[in-house]
Design a binder for this molecule. Sequence first.
Ligand code: DC
Length: 230
Amino acid sequence: MDKKKIIIAIDGHSSCGKSTFAKAIAARLGYIFIDTGAMYRAVTLYALENGAIEMGILDEQRIVAMLPEIDINFRFNPQRGASDIYVNGDLVEGKIRTIEVSNYVSQVSSVGAVREKLVALQQQMGLKRGVVMDGRDIGTVVFPDAELKIYMTADPMVRAERRYKELTAKGDSVTLEEIYENVVSRDKADMSRAISPLRKADDAIVLDNSHMSVEEQMEWFLAKYNAIVG
Ligand code: DC
């Protein structure tokens, strides 16, 4: 008999490997992986490219007015083994992970109307279950009824070093200090915003992966998953 399909909610701090972990789990279970941070990043990119962020200032009214014209969807990319994100039909996967987008995404994701739109989309994507969704409010707001909730964290300097390696490998010219500052300031912004702040759901299990390999994390996960699904 096929195993029961569940929702796996992965929340936690920025740059602690949530997406890598979620992607590996989805591949292992044959689930759909949804990176909700990519959705907030895609809206931020659109705001930057269409004049809702100018001279470093976010025009909230303008971004809210733009929301109906932003169509977001995912298409599976077999080469990456994950879905790429598209905005109005344009592939934006490669453009949403720059430091510029990272610097504005916390502001954009604190706008209520942005969250309402994206949360509704995420809930629709999880209707059939069998999804691994990573973000900040998945276990608390998007799917409070998720069967397995994981709250991920890692030491901020370890996280900055990981992101620094990722960005410099792509050829981005960034310093470790600016990445560290971005990581710390995003933690603060994510946890202190008025709407849906990042917090651990009461029934979430904590995974601190500062000193864990990807394999060790998978082993940890499978024990938790098997205890629920059998
Ligand atoms: O996971 P990430 O670092 O790519 O996410 C980018 C930003 O989007 C993060 O700083 C906070 C925001 N975000 C959010 O507010 N809610 C989510 N469910 C996912 C991301």
